[in-house]
Design a binder for this molecule. Structure first.
Ligand code: SF4
Length: 150
């Protein structure tokens, strides 16, 4: 079971989607310059049970088109179950991971995947030099260009 912080509605993390953002605590990747080291502690937040996810989807469902998880890949079985719940409810799904890749089992429940740790010297998705990749799972196409403004 993993915990999440308070959910947000976000507009930029998944292009062309309005997303319910669920930040899972317990990331152990330890990127230097991490934007949110407070989420490294898995005790922060509160448990994301299937029941809580059902309530969140009911609460925000009329506003969103997608659910994006920030982390959680380290508990693959739980993440897949929750992603499946989102898909079944009719929402697209996305995972932001700091790993270079995730299992095909997880990918089977995703529409979009962002990979790669934070490296300040090359920047995030909005940078042309970023090590990070944002991928459309169905087409396997990299969509980083949608994040680059200039
Ligand atoms: S993957 Fe994200 S949350 Fe985890 S350490 Fe890196 S920047 Fe921080």
């Amino acid at each position: 079971m993993f915990n999440i912080l308070s959910p947000d509605i976000v507009f930029q993390e998944v292009p062309k989607e309005i997303s319910l953002a669920l930040t899972v605590t317990g990331c152990q990747i330890g990127c230097k310059g991490c934007h949110s080291p407070h989420i490294w502690n898995p005790q922060h937040g509160s448990p994301l049970t299937a029941m809580r996810l059902t309530e969140l989807l009911e609460q925000y469902g009329s506003l969103i088109t997608c659910v994006v998880f920030f982390g959680g890949e380290w508990q693959s079985q739980q993440l897949c179950s929750l992603l499946f719940q989102c898909q079944t409810a009719g929402f697209k799904t996305c995972l932001y991971t700091g790993e270079e890749d995730v299992s095909n089992t997880i990918k089977a429940h995703l529409d979009y995947l962002k990979t790669g740790p934070w490296r300040s010297e090359v920047g995030g998705l909005a940078s042309r030099n970023s090590n990070q990749r944002f991928i459309d799972i169905a087409t396997k196409k990299q969509l980083n260009y949608l994040f680059i403004k200039d």
